[in-house]
Design a protein around this ligand. Sequence first.
Ligand code: NAD
Length: 370
Amino acid sequence: MPSNKKLLILPGDGIGPEVMAQVRRVIDWMDRRRSVGFGLEEGLVGGAAIDGEGVPISDATMDKAMTADAVLLGAVGGPKWDNLPFAQKPERGLLRLRKEMVLFANLRPALCFDALVDASTLKPELVAGLDIMIVRELTGGIYFGEPRGIEMLPDGTRRGINTQVYTTPEIQRVARVAFDLAKKRGNRLCSVEKANVMESGVLWREEVTKLHAAEYPEVELSHMYADNCAMQLVRNPKQFDVIVTDNLFGDILSDAAAMLTGSLGMLPSASLGATDASGRRAALYEPVHGTAPDIAGQNKANPLATLLSFAMMLRYSFDLAEDAELIEQAVQDVLAAGKRTGDIAKPGQATVSTSQMGDAILAALDKRAA
Ligand code: NAD
């Protein structure tokens, strides 16, 4: 029987294939023990695609991504391809995926696992139990606005120009994703902009307020200026449930929030696009970290960020919240049992390899499902 869950796996470069191999074991486990039944395809992206197919992502792989129910990506890039011209770099593969799949909402959870409370630079009481979600607008705003460029002025000096621009539909579609998420979580949404100094911020605030009144009156909505939000994230991060913000502020605030939890090796993400007539939403899931060339090929990388990205996929693309929770609990279990890859180990603490972390996760899943 053809599977109704078409999943495209793009391991990419560096530690990408190593961490993805562990996620593949969990996918096999899910198929065997939970009858999840994925139709799996695998493809090349980034440096691996440049080496194998001559381009950062081939049209054939793009076609597969466009028709898949979800894409799971490792990471792309590395020193081998650093000197290529910009248009041929590994990152272009990722950018093409984001652009052609029109992935306008980037979801970045910041979740503090109990066993890793000490890994944060903040005091344990500020981050223990932390569970916030930042929704960043990903395809508009100042990174794409026109006019842009660097121009020469008559006096011989130069002027650099970028334009922050948002339309009503762009604000509404990302805000809807955030409101829907809030409804499934703590029912609170904080919308972040700089309406005090930017017209695009005024529009953002007005459109979010209107949408709230029209479609989501049951969600508790607040507004905050981006500079204050940055302060509040490090002063009292647990005050937030879901945050929605534009591309530029989201870029900065999601990285700040990520570090509240301590390690890059633990951070998943999702990028969502529009829903088509059949209800299928374009979606790409990937860890926040890169290809870690310093440890690539050494069986040292932490596979948990990619595994948690897969758990996000189960929840948001396939509505399998129970299975997602099972994986998240298995992660809690292995951390509570003291299993640590190098990136999350305290000085002097024993470490496990990438594959041993995979073994521990499978054992924890077996135990939970017994
Ligand atoms: P990086 O995230 O690859 O690594 C930063 C540091 O964190 C390194 O010390 C690395 O060893 C460590 N680290 C990262 N992930 C880890 C994991 N899962 N387990 C254990 N340790 C981990 O960032 P970088 O060094 O700035 O970039 C390296 C390459 O990755 C570059 O080519 C960059 O362009 C690329 N990159 C790709 C993406 C992506 O594909 N989305 C994102 C960021 C960087």
